[in-house]
Design a protein around this ligand. Structure first.
Ligand code: F6P
Length: 551
């Protein structure tokens, strides 16, 4: 990153954007479209199978020039090169950030400390594939000789959200026999619900944890282990548990033979790891070929990221527009609304990707930012949201930039359910109508044509001018899912570079973990004396103890 970035908020590019931020109030989107025929064509960018219409944003060519200038000023090009070539841009953990190496084609050379990591990536993929084939073919059997029917992935955060999101998204590509379940929460109901109706003899646990020290995952893994051992004996662990981790020592200490461990590297962040061995459960479900297509999808967007100038670079454009809204227009949240039921975990996945990456208050050098950074990401699949929170999107006092994601073809065909494909036009029409209504609204004059009661005119008026992106692809395939994820990964990168924060650490989750560790013994039946908490926390602990008869 250029030296100037530390002073980014004092740069001429920043100040110019500050001055521009009031230019798009009122009916700006109506005006922008009326004044500029061809705007939608000019502001639609294609990458791979993704067609991204960003014309319904409160920007014009001048704003975009200012944003691109800011991207150049922030050193976006240089930072991207540093990332993909393995430089230690995660400075607070002194690590490279190389999720792009996980999908690099064989033969690419990406060195970390003089060692080419690409052959390691491909060797691990081959091990995963061999294992997945054995499980899927019924050749890997449990302790009693029966094939595996259920894979239970135990992990949390990046070791859960990516695999479960992709498993749900690619429902149509799953193996007929091998189904998967996902356990993340330390709430015992999560594990109990996932395994309660399973047969131990046909169940395989994949314990996924980059560090293999995470409280939730290890607690669930220990309980799962006890369940298997209780039913099938100690020797069954080797047949019913595999691990995915970077920490072979802890995996062995837990009691999983490291020959049954699939590895990755400290240069893969948890939230950027679905395409590493953390994707093992997904590969077990969709098979090595579809997993390879999934990786190919990421690669299409990676190549676009490094080859396209900022001005035609899809993730850069989306990232800069987010910076515009969050920092200059003071819009705190962004909704992600997939009009596809199979993407129902995609907003949750993006929450971690974006909010854990850019929810930061200091710059790389530790100095506080004097501007707003990461947005709050949230969302639900359409059309459900239209009948719950869209009221606020259309007429609330907060403007929420929105991402719509929609596909040309339905996932479910008439051969699966007679006549079902007719639903798809309705789904898509609703998606398009939402972005149209948000952008262009309905003025009081337009409402008054049919409504004579002035009070009702006010209630029925839509302010419009509410921005959105619409991302379309023909179908939700493994490749398209990879493309979508990479698009958002690089959008997050863009935002973080402009804000000058470290998008690849997550110190903000540490304090809660430390305090929970202190509180755990204070809740136990034979409690340690109350710790040095505040009055409220002490009262909460005492109340809990009383409820449990542990006073
Ligand atoms: O607590 C946050 C976090 O560290 C995430 O960044 C990570 O994805 C998750 O916990 C799980 O960590 P692990 O894979 O090491 O169990």
């Amino acid at each position: 990153m250029s030296d100037e970035s530390a002073e980014i908020s004092g740069s001429p590019e920043w100040l110019a954007l500050n001055e521009s931020s009031g230019r798009f109030d009122d009916l700006a989107l109506r005006r922008l479209f009326t004044d500029n025929p061809g705007r939608a064509t000019a502001m639609t960018t294609t990458v791979g199978d993704l067609v991204i219409d960003w014309s319904k944003h409160r920007v014009d060519p001048d704003t975009m020039s200012q944003l691109f200038a800011l991207g150049h000023r922030a050193g976006l090009r240089e930072r991207t090169t540093q990332m993909v070539t393995g430089q230690r841009i995660n400075t607070t953990e002194s690590r490279p950030v190389l999720h792009t190496a996980l999908r690099a084609p064989a033969g690419t050379v990406i060195e970390v400390d003089g060692h080419d990591v690409v052959p390691d990536v491909h060797a691990e993929l081959r091990r995963m594939e061999a294992f997945a084939d054995r499980v899927r073919d019924g050749d890997w059997t449990g302790q009693t000789g029966r094939p595996i029917h259920t894979v239970v992935n135990i992990g949390i955060g990046g070791s859960d959200l990516g695999p479960v999101m992709a498993y749900e998204a690619l429902a149509g590509f799953r193996h007929d026999r091998v189904r998967c379940r996902f356990v993340s929460n330390v709430d015992g109901s999560d594990l109990a619900a996932a395994v309660g109706d399973l047969e131990p003899a046909t169940t395989l646990f994949v314990i996924s944890s980059k560090t293999f020290t995470t409280l939730e995952t290890l607690t669930n893994a220990r309980s799962a282990r006890a369940w298997i051992v209780g039913q099938l004996g100690e020797d069954a662990v080797a047949k019913h548990f595999v691990a995915v981790s970077t920490n072979a020592e802890q995996v062995a200490a837990f009691g999983i033979d490291t020959t049954n461990m699939f590895g990755f590297w400290d240069w893969v962040g948890g939230r950027y790891s679905v395409d590493s061995a953390i994707g093992l459960t997904l590969m077990l479900a969709i098979g090595p070929d579809a997993f390879s297509e999934f990786l190919g999808g990421f690669r299409i967007v990676d190549e676009h990221l490094v080859s396209q100038p900022l001005e035609t670079n899809a993730p850069v454009i989306l990232g800069l527009i987010e910076v515009w809204y969050r920092t200059f227009c003071d819009l705190p949240t962004r909704a992600v609304l997939p009009y596809n039921r199979h993407l129902h975990r995609f907003p949750a996945y993006l929450q971690q990707l974006d909010m854990e990456s850019n929810g930061k208050q200091v710059r790389l050098d530790g100095t506080p930012v004097d501007y707003e950074t990461g947005p709050i990401i949230w969302g639900e699949p359409g059309t459900n949201g239209q009948h719950s929170f869209h009221q606020l999107l259309h007429q609330g006092t907060t403007v929420v930039p929105t991402d719509f994601i929609v596909f040309g073809w339905p996932d479910t065909t008439d051969s699966e359910f007679p006549g079902i494909s007719a639903h798809h036009d309705l789904l898509v029409a609703n998606c398009f109508a939402q972005s149209e209504a948000l952008a262009f609204g309905r003025t009081a004059e337009e409402v008054a044509v049919d409504e004579s009661d002035p009070q009702l005119v006010a209630h029925r008026t839509f302010p419009g001018n509410r921005p959105s992106t619409t991302i379309m692809a023909p179908r939700l395939t493994p490749s398209v899912l990879g493309q979508l994820i990479a698009l958002y990964e690089h959008q997050v990168l863009t935002q973080g570079v402009v804000w000058g924060v470290n998008s690849f650490d997550q110190w903000g989750v540490e304090l809660g973990k430390v305090l929970a560790t202190a509180i755990i013994p204070e809740l136990a039946p034979e409690a340690a004396p109350l710790g040095n908490h505040d009055e409220s926390t002490n009262a909460l602990i005492s109340r809990y103890r009383a409820m449990r008869g542990r006073s």
